[in-house]
Design a protein around this ligand. Structure first.
Ligand code: SIN
Length: 546
C-alpha cells in the first residue's frame, strides 16, 4: 500500500463535510489487532492482498491478551469427547438461539485453525504424558479447553500472531471514524483519525472489522479500555444490521474489590474446572440444586445464581473456595498475581468474586465467512454475530471463533476481490453527525437497569437517561468516537432487551422470568432508521436446538 505518510503530502480530500488531510490505499483494511484481526490480516497477506491493519491503541492492547481459559477444540485425543459433543454443548449453552449449521461448521474447523496458530509459533501447555493439557469450563461435558502459560492463553496467542504479523503495515493509534461508501452503498474504504488526530482516508474495496465488543457499556467489565463497540456502531451506520445484542454475557467470577470499577481481573472458569466451589457469606455452597453441573453450569446460569444470592444475602460478592487446588500458583499464575495485587492469597483464603460484563454474544450479522449484507464490509470475532453463540456463549468458544472466522473472512475477501473490480464511485461517509452521551451516564444507566435482571420500567428509565444525556455532533477524537459508539450500543441493547419479553440465556427479565419458545425463539435483527436510531427490523429464525 501507499502509506499515509507519503499520502499526507499530495492529496487533500473531503468527505461528508470532514476535511481529509491525507489518503492511502490497500486491498483490505483490517480494523483490530486481536485474534480475529491478526488471523485475518495474516491470511489475507498470504492470499496476496495488500493489507493494512488499523488499531486505535497499541497492537496488543485489545481483549485477546486478557483471555485466560483457552481455546475449546476437539482434536480427537480425549477419550469420549467428539466434535458432536462440542456442538451439542454449544447448542445447549446457547439457549435455542444458535444457528446449528454455523455451530457445526465453526466447531469442525477448530483443529485446522489450531494447527495454523501453532505454525505461527503459539505454544500450548502439555500434560505429563506430553499430550496437550486440557481444562474444563462451564457448560462443557469434557476436558477440551487447551491453554497456554496456565491461564495466559490469550497473551500467548496475541504474542505469536503479532510476531508473525511483524512486517505487515500496522497503523497503531489510528481511530476508525466511519466507512467510506460509494453511491451504491458499497463500502470502499475507511475514514480514520491518525495518531496526531488528523483525519484521512484509507481507500480499499474491502473493510474487515475485528474490533471486539462493548464491555465498557457497563461500569465493571473484564474488558480492556478498547472495548467500546466502535466497530459495531460503524457497521450500523454503514447499513449493516446487528442481532442478539441483548445477550451481554456477564462472567460469573471476576475479582471483586470494594468500589472498584472499569476493567476488573478475571478469575478463569478453569479454576472451577479444577474443583473450586462457590460459597456465600455464610460459607454455604449455593450452586447445587440450581443445575446438575453445579459450579460448572453454563455461564449464564452461574452468573444469574450469584446475582440472586447477592440479592438474598445483601452481600456485594460471593467467594470462590479454591484453596484445595494443588499447585494453584503454577496452574493459574495470572489469577494468582491479580489476587495477590488485591491483597488476597488464593492458596490460603477464598477469592471474593462477583459477575461483570464480559462478552457480547451478538453483534454485526455475518455468515460463517464473515460477510455482512453490505458489499465490501466484513466482520469477524466478538464484533460479529455468526450464530455460534446464540443467547449465551459457551466458555472458550470465542478464541475458537476468532481463529476460524478470521481466516475465513480473509479468504472471503480474497475470493470476492478475485473477480472483475468495479471502479469505486465517489466516497461518502456513513453519517458524520451522531448522538453522543457522556460515558458515565451511559454506564450508570446500563449497569443499574440493563445488567443481569432487567424489567420494562428499568429499561425505559435507562433509555430516558441516555436520551436526556445525548447531544448531536461529529466526534473529533478517540473518546468522542468511543462515546458515540457506546451511546448507539446502549440504544440498540435497550431496544432489543425491551422487545424480548422473556428470559433466555444471558438476557434475564425479572418481569418475564420464563422462556417463551412460542414466539421468541428467533434473533432480533436491528438496523438504523432514517434518523439514525436503532429499530428492530425483523427476526432471524433459527432452528436452534436446546
Ligand atoms: C475464562 O477463562 O473463564 C473465560 C473464558 C471465556 O470467556 O471464554
Amino acid at each position: 500500500m501507499s502509506g499515509p505518510k507519503d499520502a499526507a503530502v499530495p492529496r487533500r480530500e473531503a468527505a461528508g463535510g470532514l476535511a481529509m488531510a491525507w489518503a492511502a490505499s490497500a486491498d483490505v483494511v483490517v480494523v483490530g489487532s486481536g485474534v480475529a484481526g491478526l488471523t485475518a490480516a495474516l491470511d489475507a497477506a498470504e492470499a496476496g492482498l495488500r493489507v493494512v491493519v488499523v488499531t486505535k491503541d497499541a497492537p496488543e492492547a485489545g481483549c485477546t491478551r486478557f483471555a485466560q481459559g483457552g481455546v475449546a477444540v476437539v482434536v480427537g485425543d480425549v477419550p469420549g469427547d467428539s466434535v458432536d459433543a462440542h456442538v451439542a454443548d454449544t447448542l445447549a449453552a446457547g439457549g435455542g438461539l444458535c444457528d446449528p449449521a454455523a455451530v457445526a461448521s465453526i466447531v469442525a474447523e477448530g483443529p485446522a485453525a489450531m494447527r495454523r496458530l501453532q505454525a505461527c509459533g503459539a505454544v500450548f501447555d502439555r500434560g505429563p504424558d506430553g499430550r496437550p493439557a486440557r481444562a474444563r469450563e462451564g457448560g462443557h461435558s469434557a476436558f477440551r479447553v487447551v491453554h497456554a502459560g496456565g491461564d495466559a492463553t490469550g497473551a500467548e496467542i496475541e504474542r505469536a500472531l503479532l510476531a508473525s504479523a511483524d512486517g505487515l503495515p500496522m497503523l497503531a493509534g489510528y481511530v476508525a471514524l466511519d466507512a467510506l461508501r460509494d453511491d451504491t452503498g458499497r463500502v470502499v474504504g475507511l475514514a480514520v483519525l491518525d495518531e496526531r488526530g488528523v483525519a484521512g482516508m484509507l481507500h480499499a474495496p474491502a473493510v474487515l472489522l475485528a474490533s471486539g465488543g462493548y464491555g465498557h457499556l457497563y461500569a465493571s467489565t473484564t474488558n480492556p479500555e478498547t472495548a467500546t463497540g466502535d466497530g459495531i456502531a460503524l457497521a450500523l451506520r454503514a447499513g449493516a444490521t446487528v442481532a442478539d445484542v441483548e445477550f451481554v454475557q456477564f462472567h460469573p467470577t471476576v475479582l471483586w474489590m470494594p468500589g472498584a470499577g472499569g476493567r476488573r481481573p478475571l478469575v478463569t472458569e478453569a479454576v472451577r474446572g479444577e474443583g473450586a466451589l462457590l460459597i456465600d457469606r455464610a460459607g454455604r455452597r449455593f450452586m447445587t440444586g440450581v443445575h446438575p453441573l453445579a459450579e460448572l453450569a453454563p455461564r449464564d446460569v452461574v452468573a444469574a445464581a450469584i446475582t440472586r444470592r447477592l440479592a438474598e444475602t445483601g452481600a456485594d460478592c460471593v467467594w470462590l473456595e479454591a484453596t484445595g487446588i494443588e499447585d494453584f500458583t503454577i496452574r493459574f499464575p495470572t489469577v494468582s498475581a491479580a489476587c495477590r495485587a488485591a491483597g488476597v492469597d488464593p492458596v490460603r483464603e477464598p477469592i471474593p468474586v462477583a459477575p461483570a460484563a464480559h462478552y457480547a454474544c451478538g453483534g454485526v450479522v455475518t455468515d460463517v465467512d464473515g460477510r455482512t449484507a453490505v458489499p465490501g464490509l466484513y466482520a469477524a470475532g466478538e464484533i460479529a454475530r455468526t450464530g455460534l453463540h446464540g443467547a449465551n456463549r459457551l466458555a472458550s468458544n470465542s478464541l475458537l471463533e476468532g481463529l476460524v472466522v478470521g481466516g475465513r473472512a480473509a479468504r472471503a475477501v480474497a475470493a470476492d476481490l478475485s473477480g472483475p473490480r468495479r471502479a469505486a464511485g465517489a466516497a461518502v461517509l456513513g453519517s458524520p453527525a451522531t448522538g453522543i452521551a457522556d460515558r458515565a451516564t451511559v454506564q450508570r444507566a446500563m449497569s443499574v437497569n440493563a445488567g443481569i435482571g432487567r424489567d420494562a420500567a428499568g429499561l425505559a428509565a435507562a433509555s430516558d437517561a441516555v436520551e436526556a444525556a445525548t447531544l448531536f455532533g461529529a466526534p473529533v477524537d478517540r473518546s468522542g468516537v468511543e462515546d458515540a459508539a457506546l451511546t448507539l450500543l446502549a440504544q440498540a441493547v435497550l431496544v432489543a432487551a425491551g422487545t424480548r419479553t422473556e428470559t433466555r440465556g444471558c438476557h434475564v427479565r425479572t418481569d418475564f422470568p420464563e422462556r417463551d419458545d412460542l414466539w421468541q425463539r428467533a434473533s432480533l435483527v436491528i438496523g438504523l432508521d432514517a434518523a439514525g436510531a436503532p429499530v428492530v427490523r425483523t427476526e432471524l429464525a433459527t432452528a436452534g436446538a436446546a
